[in-house]
Design a protein around this ligand. Structure first.
Ligand code: NDP
Length: 499
């Protein structure tokens, strides 16, 4: 059994947590709280305050003050801003075990994934964007504008930080997705108010502590805990917020998009996915493809936006590949996240487990064939589910059209490339896709024609700080990560000096 770190024991001993505003924990204005539940044991690990509009006002005011023209943060050179961000990344690495353990406690995920994806991923992202502080640039432009008296134009653009950023994140990768937003926003010179998911708010508070220890000026990074309905809605409607960056469901994204337009606030939306994995009969190694498809859907209990939740397998190899995927799924050890040998942990919450079970029932009612798994809980306690695989021939079923966000895969056979493209693109969503083939011409044709923001060939989708991520269609607006990720948080000023 894993021993909790001393820092985490101290952090959790507080039991009741408040918002982190202007560099310190501040008393919440309201008395309402949320219980944070360990999904493996169903026990409470702490309580957080539900931020009301006054709490949100305080946080936005602190961020606005920290962004003021003569503030320490605004006056700081890009190099010094980068140094603070490098220190922050180093502190995340130094405290990675505390962060990972806390993420496992509140989210349920496997500790090895919390270490690599959340703590490790966040440190990598902060380090990557620390380097961007000194590389933000504009352009010089040749104009055709005539000037009187032989005068000339000297035109250029410059990128300025956009202002106070509201970051709203989901629970599936609470710390790494936070880093995808906070790191580029800070690199651009913005200040941030973060609203974590109500399922996973504690790790965000620990991160805010580390930001202060790294030397971030007060007010640059604030956390208001709470729910979406009140806290999230107050934050996104605040007129001093100049950019909303949101990751979550398409349903909530549409609400936030409308709210953003009330104040004409900039908005980036990273939304849901129903990503196809397409296995051709010429895949180099069909076993390797089957393992990859299984990893692509069952990692993090299927609670991954880019999860390959629909697999299209060419007819000739359909039975073999499906059998191999099922064997891989059936061999997975299901246990709590602190069991180092576990391969599948619990889902994040009771409500989410019920939602996923409902989809499994719908799949059976609509005529899909259950190949393995099912809706029974394989454990006595906690929100567990077996990896579940359906086989279907009708691409219009609910389990093939809607994002389930759990360990549920639907397999459908296809005839040829045209058929595969028709099935894969027949979706409202377009976040990611994977293609499994050894034929480079076929892979390129698929890359050209797939309606997806991210395409991986012969591998499940993985994130990298330098690789932009985002969706086509209702999977979102804008891209995160990479160069475009930092430019999301800048606004362009066009200047012409007539001389
Ligand atoms: P939700 O959309 O339910 O919630 C996301 C965040 O929005 C939470 O912090 C939530 O708060 C908050 N929120 C909810 N309602 C509002 C509102 N009206 N105004 C402001 N904020 C609000 O998504 P989940 O947390 O359930 O996350 C899963 C979803 O995220 C999936 O659809 C998944 O595909 C998507 N996702 C997309 C990614 C991408 O890069 N495209 C990456 C990862 C996930 P609270 O939790 O307190 O309700």
């Amino acid at each position: 059994m894993i021993k909790l770190t001393t820092r985490l024991i101290k952090f959790l001993s507080k039991k009741e947590h408040t918002h982190f505003i202007n560099g310190e924990y501040t008393k919440a204005n309201g008395t309402n709280q949320i219980s944070v539940i360990n999904p493996a044991t169903e026990e409470e690990i702490g309580k957080v305050a539900i931020g009301n509009s006054e709490d949100v006002n305080n946080a936005v005011a602190a961020a606005k003050k920290a962004f003021a023209y003569n503030s320490d943060w605004r006056k700081m050179s890009p190099d010094d801003r980068g140094k603070i961000m490098y220190r922050f990344a180093d502190l995340i690495t130094e405290h990675s075990e505390s962060i990972a353990q806390l993420v496992t406690l509140e989210n349920g995920k496997l500790i090895k994934d919390a270490r690599s994806s959340d703590a490790g991923g966040a440190a990598k992202t902060f380090r990557y964007y620390a380097g961007w502080c000194t590389k933000i640039e504009g352009e010089t432009l040749d104009l055709s504008q005539p000037q009187k008296g032989g005068r000339q134009n000297f035109a250029f653009t410059r990128r300025e930080p956009i202002g106070v950023v509201a970051a709203i994140v989901p629970w599936n990768f609470p710390i790494s997705i936070t880093a995808w937003k906070v790191a580029p926003a800070l690199a651009a010179g913005c200040t941030v108010v973060l609203k974590p998911s109500e399922e996973t708010p504690l790790s965000a508070l620990l991160l805010a502590e580390l930001a202060m220890e790294a030397g971030m000026p007060a007010g640059v990074f604030n956390v208001v805990t709470g729910d979406g309905r009140m806290t999230g809605a107050s934050l996104t409607a605040h007129s001093d917020v100049k950019k909303i960056t949101f990751t979550g469901s398409t349903f909530t994204g549409k609400i936030i998009g409308k709210t953003a337009m009330e104040n004409v606030t900039g908005v980036s939306l990273e939304l849901g996915g129903k990503s196809p994995a397409i296995v051709f009969d010429d895949a180099t190694d069909l076993d390797f493809a089957a393992q990859g498809v299984a990893a692509g859907i069952f990692r993090n209990q299927g609670q991954v936006c880019v999860a390959g939740s629909r697999v299209y397998i060419q007819k000739k190899v359909f039975d073999k590949v499906l059998t191999d995927i099922s064997h891989a799924a059936e061999k997975m050890k299901i246990s709590h996240g602190f069991d180092e040998s576990a391969q599948l942990g619990p889902l994040v919450s009771k409500g989410h487990l019920q939602k996923v079970r409902q989809y499994i029932e719908t799949g059976m009612n609509e005529g899909a064939t259950l190949v393995s798994g099912g809706k029974d809980n394989p454990m006595d306690k906690g929100y567990f589910l077996k990896p579940t695989i359906f086989s279907a021939t009708d691409n219009n079923q609910t389990i093939i059209n809607e994002e389930i966000f759990g360990p549920v895969l639907a397999a459908v056979p296809f005839e040829d490339m045209e058929d595969a493209l028709r099935l894969a693109n027949d979706s409202q969503l377009g976040l990611a896709a994977t293609v499994w083939t050894k034929d480079i011409s076929k892979a390129m044709a698929m890359i050209n024609r797939l309606e997806a923001g991210v395409v991986y060939v012969n591998s499940p989708v993985r994130s990298d700080p330098n690789l932009p991520l985002g969706g086509y269609k209702q999977s979102g607006i804008g891209r995160e990560l990479g160069k475009v990720g930092v430019y999301n948080y800048t606004t362009l000023k066009s200047v012409n000096i007539v001389y």
